[in-house]
Design a protein around this ligand. Sequence first.
Ligand code: HEM
Length: 460
Amino acid sequence: MTYTTAAVPGALPVIGHGWPMMRRPLQFAGSLSGHGDLVEVRLGPVRAYVPCHPDLLWRVLTDDRTFDKGGPFFDRVRSTIGNGVGSCPYHEHRRQRRLIQPSFHPERLERYATVMEQEAASLTDDWEDGQVVDVYRSLYGAALRTVLRSLFATRLDAEAVDRFREPVETVLNQLTARMFLPRSLQRLPLPGNRRFDRAVAGLRRGIESLVAEYRCGGTDRGDLLSALVAARDEAARDDAAPGGGSLDDTEIHDQVLTMLAAGSDSVAAAVSWSLHLLDRSPEALARLHREVDTVLGGRPASGGDVPGLPYTARVVTEALRLYPPGWLFTRVTTERTELGGHQLPPGTTVAFCAPAVHRCPRLYDRPDAFDPDRWLPERARALPKGAFAAFGGGARKCAGDAFGLTESTLLLAAIVGRWQLRRADGSDVRPVALSTALRPRRLLMEISARDAHPAEDGQS
Ligand code: HEM
C-alpha cells in the first residue's frame, strides 16, 4: 500500500500551527487527512508528523517501543504531573501498568459503579426545575468525586474535593497550551505561570495528605491507593527483591495525579458533548428517552443497567468520535524507522491526533454528522483498526476505558431519565483553546423536570 505525505501549509514562526489549533482545533485536525496519510505540522517550533490514515495511527499506537511517550506534550506532562503510568517511557511502562491494572479489574468496576450511581443521583437530585446549569462544570465535579471515591476510597467532604478541583482544572487547562510556548517563557514570573506553579504545588500537598491518611489508617481499603502503598511496603520488607515491582513515594504521587488528570475531565467532556449533540438531534434524543424510560422506568440508574442501555452507549461512543477528549498527544521515535514510506530519524516527534482520523471522509460516511448507529456491531465491525482511537490503542491504551464508558453511560442515562435539557443563551460551544481535554467553553442548559412536560418528549 502506498501512503501519501505532505507538509500542512500556514505554519508561523515560533508558534507554528498553534493559531489554527487554538482557534479551531477540530476543523484544523479534521482537515489534515485532506493533505495526506501522514502530514507534517508544527507544534510551536517543533516539527511533528500526524498519522491521518488508520493503519499508520495503529502502527504508532501499537509499536510503543519505537514510538515512545515523549515529544513536546509528554515532556510537559513529566515536568508537572510526573512520571506516572500514562507518561513514563516504554522501559518503565509494563512494570507500572502491572501495578495499577488490578484496580481496573471488571470485579472492581462493579464496586466503582455504585459510586458512579451515587454521584449521578446526587448530581441530578441537586438540580431544580427551571435552573440553568453550566453542564461541563457540574459534570467535572461529579467525575472528579467519582475517581477520588473509587480509586482512593476516601470519605470526601466538599472542602476536600475543592482542594483538588481547582488545581486539577488549572493544570489540565494549561498543559497542552504550554507545548506551544518556549520553555524560557514558561519560567517567567507571569500571572499565568504563577497560577500554574501554585496549582501544581497545591496538588502535591493535597496528594501528600491523602497518602498520609492512608499510612495512618494502615488498612487495606481494596482500592488503588492501598495497592500502591502495599506494593511499596511489601518490597521494603522483601530484601530479595529490592525495588522489584514496587513504587517509591514519588511514583505513588505521580500515579495518583495521573488518575485525577486522566479520569476527571475526559468523562465530563464526553457527557457534555453527548448532551450538546443530543440538543441538536431531537430524533436521537427521543430514541434515547425511549431506551432509558424502558430500562429505568423513572428509577435511578445503577451499574447493572448499563448492558441494557446499548443506544445510550452508542451516543457516548459517537460523541467520543466527534469530540475525542484526548485530542492531541505526542510520541518520540527511539530509533530510525519508516512510517508510511517516510524515513523518520530517532528523536522525531509524532502526534497522535484522534480527530485527524475520526473525521476522515474516506473512513466515515458524512464524518461530521452525529450518527450513533455507526456503532451498531455490524457497522462498527467494518471499520479498520485505528479508525476509532478515543482511548488510544496497544499496550498504552487507556487503563480506564471501561470505567470511563460505564460512568459516562450512567451519567447520561441518569440525566436524561429525569431532566429535559435545552441549550440556554450565553453558551459558547467552541472547544476551549488548546485545553488538554477537548471540551466546550461554556455549555449552559436550562433544565426542566421531564414528568412535568410529557408532551415534549414525543413518543417517550
Ligand atoms: C471517556 C473517558 C476517557 C477517555 C476518552 C480517555 C482517553 C485516554 C487516551 C486517549 C489515553 C491514551 C493517551 C496516549 O496514548 O497518549 C488514555 C490513557 C490513560 N487513561 Fe484514559 N480516558 C478516559 C477515562 C479514563 C479514566 C476514567 C481513567 C481512570 C480512572 C483513565 C486512566 C487512564 C490511564 C491510567 C492512562 C494511561 C495508560 C497507559 O499509558 O498505560 N482514563 N486515556
